[in-house]
Design a protein around this ligand. Sequence first.
Ligand code: FDA
Length: 389
Amino acid sequence: MTADLVIVGSGFFGLTIAEQAASELGLKVVVIDRRHHVGGNAYSETEEQTGIEVHRYGAHLFHTSNERVWEYVNRFTTFTNYVHKVYGVHKGEVYSLPINLATINQFFRANLTPGDARALIQEQAGELAGTDPQNLNDKGIQLIGRPLYEAFIKHYTGKQWQTDPKDLPAGIISRLPVRYNYDNRYFNDKYEGLPTNGYTAWIEKMAEHPNIDVRLNTDFFDESHEYSREKVVGKIPVVYTGPVDRYFDFVAGDLSWRTIDFEQEVLEVGDFQGTSVLNYNDVDVPYTRIIEPRHFHPERDYQTEKTVIMREFSRFAEKGDEPYYPVNTADDREKLLKYRDLAAAEKSVLFGGRLGTYKYLDMHMAIGSALSMFDNKIRPHFESGTAFE
Ligand code: FDA
């Protein structure tokens, strides 16, 4: 078919645009993805030995307070009533996270009231009160006091960045959540849950419209196919959700990212850790956390003889690695401004999604921003002939 619109990337951003363009405007849409599957980083698959759904690119928990996004995603899947909670190991003990009254009372071996705890943390944070912290370490101490910072934040953050927090900019954190009650729900959003039949079923449903043609194992920059950059830019409108620096052949330099190495293991035990996510807050354990995906779906009838776990090791990405979290140094921000100018001048191509904008986006943010792009740019272009920019 001849496409009216070409979309590069079948993650939530690209598929939301594709679905809306096909169902709302009747457009013929070609979606290409260089991977062998749809869904971008939200893709999940069944681990063969256990039958357990594994999130291939890291744990994905859906949550949102955006009514429009919630209504939209419910067209394609129902959600379980899963509520995300995280625990962390420090010096051989398991604590409830994010830091809340249970964490504080266990850590200080106390039974503080909310008011007592607030006063204590304020006193401890007073160590650096009135100073202007120049690194993440001092900022952390100023926010929540040295004892809690050193136990729960310092080494975990150091492992995430492979850098001593004394050498990290203070600006990486603006606040550290401390709850002076026993609420240990990880997310504060109005809606939360996991897709009942898994991420891939949800994602495939979004791509189901007969006007959507998905082509996998197809790289936009590979000239051997009919929807390559060379062949479509300037001829067919394009929504590009790949890395923005790659699109411009890295002319302004490489944007830097952190990545995660996942070490997956099947264990001959029904339940390894009793919960889905266990952080390792101390420096002597090289990984940041262990995910046990069976706990994302307690309602499923998974086998009880084996389980699967994933250890996560965080590091700076090199060329060829999966880009996960923007590092966002001052140098990166300068490069990004140049790429934004280039993108604005690239008529007939819209840049979106986490890679196309170099921004960490949760799933609901990627979907919300795709819906806005559709309303504000794509619909007006195809209905009223406004410029595609
Ligand atoms: P996404 O990266 O998903 O899709 C982009 C697609 O473009 C990819 O499929 C890629 O292959 C394709 N592509 C790139 N270059 C191409 C080229 N040259 N040619 C063809 N195709 C190309 N969110 C949340 O709400 N809850 C959570 O718990 C988590 N957890 C989480 C963990 C980790 C480790 C990460 C990195 C991210 C999360 N997220 C998350 C965020 C979530 O993954 C994110 O919101 C979506 O992936 C964004 O969708 P996009 O479509 O923008 O990008």
